[in-house]
Design a protein around this ligand. Structure first.
Ligand code: DAH
Length: 341
């Protein structure tokens, strides 16, 4: 009887696998497990098996019955699936359907990164500082007199007496110098805040990128060359630049840097207010008081610094005429930058 059970297990399995219609499976179920099925007949025959072998044979037969039943059920399900839908073919290496369109960099981020890339090419590294800043770093350490109008509550968002939202990226210069010895060359991009009423050219939040170079022998000529290299690389043409004398508390001498208008090539147009020039940054030689405040020995080092508005550069590059568009996250605006950056 044992051999019969083994044979039925192997060829029953084969016959089930070979069945290719649901009706075929049902016929097999009857032939194997039905009232007169092969397994059923064997079970009936148990009474003729010697008494000492009967329990083992009975258990083996019951196992066979369960196994064949499971095989029949599984094959039946397989065939039912194939009958209702077409044969299911699955390629698990195909990418799934994305739940929403893939995003893209914000134009400000793209411009920020490409500006940084140009400075990396000139040997600058990159640093950052906090947006919630101590009044000390935002003003005092940058040589702002106590009564300087920029400290006015009108311009600065104060959190309390000593803490404000930074109004410029210049404080990062001081934090950076405090922890390092020259020579150093670094850019610090980031978001800044001013208490401004928003209009087409003003926003209460915007982006700046600060640059700082300090060493034993840095001059205004190094600043000029750095600015020209940046303009040539970013705007793709050697637009002339010019320095206009200006005042910043943390630089001496201080300048504002203009580049020839990229739109009219210096002839005068609406974008440059008919002047032929576009202001792109404030800059100058780092004030001795700032170097001293950073803990450097007097008269040992000189340096230059600059601060540039990233929004304005992005607006110039892409012909955007309202800064608010950069902060509203309107997809009709942002989608125009897909794949073009
Ligand atoms: N922090 C200045 C501003 O927000 C810009 C600036 C001017 C930065 C001159 C500098 C600099 O590093 O040297 O208007």
């Amino acid at each position: 009887m044992k051999e019969t059970i083994d044979r039925l297990r192997s060829d029953g399995g084969e016959r089930i696998a070979a069945a290719d219609t649901p009706a075929g499976i049902e016929a097999l179920r009857v032939a194997l497990l039905g009232r007169k099925g092969e397994v059923t007949l064997l079970l009936r025959g148990l009474k003729d098996v010697p008494a000492d072998e009967r329990p083992a044979m009975g258990a083996a037969l019951n196992r066979l019955k369960v196994e064949l039943g499971e095989l029949l059920d599984a094959r039946q399900q397989e065939l039912a699936g194939g009958a209702s839908g077409e044969a299911v073919e699955m390629d698990l290496t195909l990418p799934g359907t994305p739940p929403c369109p893939v995003g893209t960099n914000h134009p400000l981020v793209s411009v920020l990164e490409s500006i940084c890339d140009i400075f990396y090419g000139m040997g600058f590294s990159r640093g950052e500082g906090p947006e919630v800043e101590l009044d000390y770093y935002n003003f005092t350490a940058l040589n702002f007199p106590d009564d300087h109008p920029a400290r006015d509550i009108q311009d600065t968002f104060y959190i309390n007496d000593k803490v404000c939202l930074r109004t410029q990226t210049s404080p990062v210069q001081v934090r950076y110098m405090e922890r390092r010895e020259p020579p150093l060359a670094c850019v610090f991009p980031g978001r800044v805040y001013r208490n401004e009423t928003a209009d087409a050219s003003h926003s209460a939040e915007f982006y700046q990128i600060e640059g700082l170079v300090v060493d034993t022998d840095i001059s205004m000529a190094d600043l000029k060359n750095t600015v020209d290299t940046f303009v040539r690389n970013f705007f793709g043409a050697a637009e002339p630049t010019r320095f206009r004398p200006h005042y910043f508390p943390f630089t001496e001498p201080s300048v504002e840097v203009d580049m020839q208008c990229v739109v009219c090539r210096g002839k005068g147009c609406g974008v440059c207010g008919q002047t032929g020039w576009l202001e792109i940054m404030g800059a100058g030689m780092v004030h001795p008081n700032v170097l001293k405040g950073a803990g450097y020995p007097e008269d040992k080092y000189t340096g230059f610094a600059f601060g540039m508005g990233i929004d304005r550069i992005a607006m110039l590059k892409y012909g955007i005429d309202d800064i608010r568009l950069l902060y509203e996250n309107d997809l009709r605006f942002l989608n125009q930058f897909r794949g073009v950056l």
